[in-house]
Design a protein around this ligand. Structure first.
Ligand SMILES: [Zn+2]
Length: 563
C-alpha cells in the first residue's frame, strides 16, 4: 500500500506564470504563530533565501511537525548549511524541508543514528526509500534548533516543487500578519551605454526621494539621454517585528505601460548565484545596500524576472518626457509607489571625461590564464559576467587579485609556485585570504607538482600562511580519572588557531562514538543515550586534525556506572 501511495509523486510542475498551488494542503510546521525572521527570495550572500525562517521565541526545542502526509525522503546532517535537516516527499509531488533542527525524534532519530554509526560520521546525506520512514500530517518529526549555518534559533522551512525548485511557501496559504508597506532604502539610476548621460554626467547615481501623501515617493526629476535603467533597495517589515524581510514583487511601468517585473514565486538552486549579477554588486560592497537592478543584463538568466520590455531599459530621447512608476509590494499586496519624472535633454557641458581604468581588460567569454610573480591565475570562460578591467599584482608571497567589488560566477584557480620559493615543509602552508579584520580565511590548498593551489570565487588579497600548531582539546564537563555517572553527555572544546578543524574521530575503549560538532561554540558532544558504553572504566581517545594535517591525540579515563 505504501508503494502505491507514492506512485504518483512525479507530477511535473511546468506552469510559468503565477503558480497554481494548493492552499489548504500543508499545515503549519510549528504550534507557534507564524512570525518570520526571513522570507522567501530575500537577498542573502551569494544566494536568494529559499524558504521561510520561522521565529521560535529565541529558544530551541519547539516541536516541529510534518506539514502533510508523506515520507522522509532525505536526511541531511552537516556542520554548516542546513545543519540537521529533514526532507519529506508528499504524494502530490512537493517536498517540504525542515532545517537547523536540534534533533529528530522516534524512528527518524533511531534510523539516523544507525546511519551515522554505520558510516562513522556525524555528517551524512541519506535518501530512505518510501516505506522506511512514512509520516502523517501533524506527526512530530523533531525539535527546532540552531544547527548549521544559523544565526540564532529558528526553523528554516521550505516547499520545493517536483523538480526540487524552492517555491514561496506563502503561496500555499500560510498567513502572516502584515499591514505595513515596504520601505525604500534607496533608488539608483544607471547609465547603460557609453553615450548615455544622466544629469549631464556619465555616472550612476542615487536619486533623491520626497515622500508623497499616499505613503510613496516622488523622485527628483532626471535629465538624461540614451539608455538608462533603475535599481532599488527595499525591505519589508511584518507587523510587530522589526527585522527586515525581502519584498515580494517589484513592477516598473513607463508612461503607464507595464515595463518590467520581478516576482519571488520560485527559482532553482542552479540559478541562485546569479544574485551577484542581479544586484549592484560593487555598490553592495561599498555601501552595504543591496540594490536590485530592475533590468536584465547579459549573463542573467534569472527566472524571477518576467514581463520585460526592452529588458527593462529605457531609451531616453531628446525633448521627450517620461513618467516611470515603480511599485514595490510585499506578499500581501501592501505597495509603496515611487514616481520618477524623466526628461530627454542634451548634455549641457561637454567637458572631456578622463576615464580611469586600471589593470587589463579580461574577456568574460574566454579562458584567461595569467602569471604574476610566483602566482598563476586560471579563470575559466564565463567566470566573469562581463568583460572587466582587473588589476592583478603580486609582491613576494602576496597576491592582489583586484578587489572583491567584482563578482565571480565560477571558481578560478590560484597556484603558488614552490620552485624558487625556498619554503621548507610546504605541506604546512595554505593560501588564505587576508581579511579586513579577524582571522585569515582558509582555502583548501592542494600540494602537487611543486605547487600550492586553491579554488576561489572571491577576488581580494591572498597570501601564504604557515600553520604548525596542532588543534587544542579541552574537556568541558568532565575531567581525567573522575566518576561521571550523572552526565548525559561528554562535551569537549576543540579549536585550531589558523587553518581550522578538518576532521575529528573519537573512540571509547576502542569503539567509535558519534560526536556532534558545533562550529559556533567549537564543541563536540557525545550523548550517553547512544548506549555505546558498557564498562565502568572507560578510555576516551580523540584525534583532531587541522586543515594542514597537524594532529592532536587526546586521551583520558573516566568512570561510570549506568544508573
Ligand atoms: Zn533560512
Amino acid at each position: 500500500m505504501q508503494i502505491l501511495r507514492f506512485l504518483w509523486v512525479l507530477i511535473p510542475f511546468t506552469t510559468w506564470a503565477q503558480p497554481k498551488v494548493p492552499t489548504d494542503y500543508f499545515r503549519s510546521p510549528v504550534d507557534l504563530e507564524i512570525s518570520l525572521s526571513g522570507n522567501f527570495g530575500e537577498l542573502r550572500g551569494n544566494h536568494f533565501h529559499s524558504g521561510l525562517d520561522i521565529r521560535t521565541n529565541y529558544t530551541q526545542g519547539h516541536p516541529v511537525y510534518a506539514t502533510a502526509d508523506g515520507y522522509v525522503s532525505r536526511i541531511g546532517i552537516g556542520h554548516y548549511g542546513y545543519g540537521k535537516a529533514l526532507y519529506i516527499l508528499h504524494p502530490n509531488g512537493y517536498t517540504t524541508v525542515y532545517g537547523h533542527l536540534q534533533r529528530f525524534v522516534g524512528d527518524i532519530q533511531e534510523y539516523t543514528k544507525k546511519q551515522q554509526y554505520r558510516r562513522e560520521s556525524y555528517e551524512i546525506q541519506v535518501y530512505p526509500e518510501a516505506d522506511v520512514l512514512p509520516v502523517k500530517k501533524g506527526d512530530l518529526i523533531g525539535y527546532s534548533g540552531n544547527t548549521g549555518g544559523s544565526g540564532g534559533p529558528h526553523l528554516h522551512y521550505e516547499i520545493r516543487d517536483g523538480s526540487q525548485r524552492p517555491m514561496n511557501p506563502l503561496l500555499f496559504g500560510y498567513k502572516v500578519a502584515d499591514t505595513r508597506k515596504p520601505t525604500i532604502d534607496k533608488l539608483r539610476i544607471y547609465a547603460m551605454a557609453e553615450d548615455t548621460h544622466i544629469d549631464h554626467q556619465d555616472f550612476n547615481k542615487d536619486l533623491r526621494l520626497t515622500p508623497t501623501n499616499d505613503g510613496g515617493y516622488l523622485a527628483e526629476r532626471v535629465e538624461a539621454l540614451g539608455k538608462i535603467g533603475f535599481g532599488i533597495a527595499a525591505f519589508d517589515r511584518l507587523n510587530s517585528v522589526e527585522n527586515k524581510n525581502g519584498v515580494y514583487r517589484i513592477e516598473t511601468k513607463v508612461n503607464g505601460e507595464p515595463h518590467h517585473e520581478v516576482r519571488f514565486d520560485k527559482f532553482s538552486f542552479a540559478e541562485t548565484r546569479y544574485i551577484n549579477r542581479y544586484i549592484d554588486y560593487a555598490h553592495w560592497k561599498e555601501s552595504k545596500h543591496k540594490v536590485q537592478k530592475l533590468f536584465r543584463e547579459s549573463s542573467n538568466p534569472l527566472s524571477v524576472i518576467s514581463a520585460t520590455a526592452n529588458d527593462g531599459f529605457l531609451e531616453v530621447m531628446e525633448n521627450q518626457n517620461y513618467l516611470v512608476d515603480i511599485f514595490v509590494e510585499d506578499f500581501v499586496g501592501n505597495t509603496t509607489h515611487i514616481k520618477i519624472p524623466v526628461t530627454g535633454k542634451q548634455r549641457i557641458s561637454v567637458k572631456p571625461e578622463t576615464i580611469k581604468l586600471t589593470g587589463e581588460k579580461y574577456i568574460a567569454s574566454k579562458v584567461n590564464a595569467v602569471t604574476k610573480g610566483k602566482f598563476h591565475i586560471y579563470m575559466p570562460a564565463d567566470a566573469l559576467y562581463e568583460n572587466t578591467y582587473l588589476d592583478f599584482r603580486a609582491s613576494n608571497d602576496t597576491l592582489y587579485l583586484h578587489k572583491d567589488h567584482v563578482p565571480l560566477h565560477k571558481n578560478i584557480s590560484v597556484s603558488y609556485d614552490l620552485n624558487e620559493s625556498g619554503l621548507d615543509n610546504p605541506d604546512k602552508y595554505f593560501i588564505g585570504r587576508i581579511p579586513d579584520w579577524g582571522k585569515p580565511k582558509h582555502y583548501k590548498t592542494e600540494l602537487s607538482n611543486n605547487k600550492l593551489t586553491i579554488k576561489t570565487r572571491d577576488f581580494g588579497d591572498y597570501t601564504l600562511f604557515k600553520d604548525t600548531t596542532p588543534p587544542t582539546v579541552r574537556p568541558i564537563n568532565f575531567s581525567d580519572k573522575k566518576w561521571i555517572s550523572n552526565n548525559e553527555t561528554l562535551r569537549i572544546k576543540i579549536e585550531d588557531d589558523l587553518s581550522g578543524i578538518a576532521s575529528y574521530r573519537a573512540t571509547i575503549n576502542g569503539r567509535f562514538i558519534l560526536m556532534e560538532y558545533e562550529y559556533k561554540d567549537d564543541s563536540l558532544t557525545y550523548y550517553f543515550s547512544d548506549d555505546i558504553i558498557k564498562d565502568t572504566e572507560n578510555n576516551l581517545k580523540l584525534i583532531v586534525i587541522d586543515n594542514v594535517g597537524n594532529s592532536t591525540t587526546f586521551e583520558t579515563t573516566f568512570y561510570r556506572k549506568e544508573l
